[in-house]
Ligand binder design. Structure first.
Ligand SMILES: *Cc1c(COP(=O)(O)O)cnc(C)c1O
Length: 404
């Protein structure tokens, strides 16, 4: 490992509201899985803008397509047909096996739409106070409703009263789900991430997904799977729930869908596709031509370049290399996740690693205090994965030895 060069910029951002504990880094440009800061220091990007930059930075096929679109139309409003909405919707329907799509711009908006769908699904059946099952450690966004659905007291603190109508259950326990809903006629939906991202890269098992699907069918509930982070090819299937061979009724998407251009979507199956009519829901920016072009081109390039297979190949390689390097290390717990959505759990808080990795030229994040999260672009190579391991593992070992 070469010597660490501390990253540092003097200028803070006094006029930007202080909502993130930012590193002292300002990035200026990128190429593929590498980015450079304003001081010229380079970093390998294992965060991908938090699972957003599906195609890395400055992708040679994406950039000209977006430039072409910007020269035609960026935005028109939803008062008119936007043909690219139909193009992207048809594609998402084909990839998911569901029926139709609502477009928005972010993950929380997609989840907010899903929650509204579930409530109206209930009201249409005569349920006046619909309730939605949500999960421990879940993260669904930071609007008032989605933070209420989120299972993290830190996200909720200071923003009460929370939205009512949620029932919280533990992950991967079908008996707990049944017990929490027994005799409750107001339940309308079950809502979870196929793999929790912010909660620490916790997967729903294939078995649980199948059991939840079956229960939702028996009870006439909507199965709503938040694929905002784990979807769009990251695990090696288009959507993470597809590993279990099931289909949800409602699937919010965002993060990776537009390769960095804000695009959110709610994909609905037959049970949910016709709940909303004109006037029930909307958003000014949702489905604008630039966003739609970004989604269409992202998927086209992913297909052309075989990026689902690459996510599996490079993800498996990365996971195996990390496991080899960390085997037997005191304080290393386990590696979780699938494809290029990996979490490395340690036995102690490791937020400090984010800065140390950056000093050593690697961008990562830590979630749930003790989990290193790796969600790089799906174009990553095995050589770059090896570089992650070479930089990260010595830092992990060092941290685990301190005050041990
Ligand atoms: C990031 C995330 C969201 C929120 O998305 P925003 O675009 O930040 O609103 C919702 N659900 C999951 C699973 C996420 O990872």
């Amino acid at each position: 490992m070469t010597a660490a060069v501390p990253c540092y910029i003097e200028a803070a951002s006094p006029h930007v509201m202080n909502t993130y504990a930012r590193l002292p880094i300002a990035l200026s440009h990128g190429q593929g899985c590498r980015v450079w800061d304003v001081n010229g220091k380079s970093y390998l990007d294992a965060l991908g803008g938090i699972a957003v930059n599906t195609l890395g930075h400055n992708h040679p096929k994406l950039v000209p397509a977006l430039q072409d679109q910007i020269g035609k139309l960026i935005h028109t409003s939803n008062y008119y047909h936007v043909p690219l909405q139909e193009t992207l919707a048809a594609k998402l329907v084909a990839l998911s096996g569901l029926e139709n799509v609502f477009f928005c711009s972010t993950g929380l908006e997609a989840n907010e739409a899903a929650l509204k769908l579930a409530r109206k699904f209930g009201h249409d059946k005569g349920i006046e106070k619909p309730e939605i099952v949500v999960y421990e450690k879940a993260f669904h966004g930071r609007s008032i409703a989605t933070l209420s659905a989120t299972g993290n007291p830190k996200v909720q603190a200071g923003f009460g009263p929370l939205v009512e109508g949620f029932i919280r259950v533990p992950l991967n326990n079908i008996e707990a789900l049944k017990a929490a809903t027994t005799g409750n006629p107001n339940v309308v939906a079950v809502f979870f991430e196929a793999i929790q991202g912010e909660g620490g890269v916790n997967s729903m098992t294939d078995e649980y997904l199948q059991q939840a699907r079956k229960l939702c069918d028996e009870r006439d509930w909507l199965l709503m799977i938040d694929e905002v982070q784990c979807g769009m090819g990251r695990t090696g299937k288009w959507f993470a729930h597809q590993w279990a061979g099931i289909k949800p009724d409602v699937m919010p998407l965002a993060k990776g869908l537009g390769s960095g251009v804000p695009v959110g979507a709610v994909v609905a199956g037959p049970k949910a596709a016709h709940i909303f009519g004109p006037g029930n829901h909307g958003t000014t920016f949702g489905g604008n031509p630039l966003a739609m072009r970004a989604g269409v081109e992202t998927i086209r390039i992913m297909e052309e370049d075989g990026l689902l297979a690459n996510a599996v190949k490079v993800g498996d390689h990365l996971r195996a290399a990390l496991a080899r390097e960390l085997a037997g290390v005191e304080g290393f717990q386990e590696i979780r996740g699938r494809g290029l959505m990996l979490g490395v759990e340690l036995s102690k808080p490791c937020g400090e690693l984010v800065k140390r990795a950056a000093d050593n030229g690697l961008l990562i994040s830590v979630t749930a205090d003790t989990v290193i999260r790796l969600v790089p672009s799906l174009i990553m190579t095995t050589a770059e994965a090896d570089e992650i391991v070479a930089i990260l593992c010595p830092l992990i070992k060092l941290l685990l030895k301190e005050n041990a």
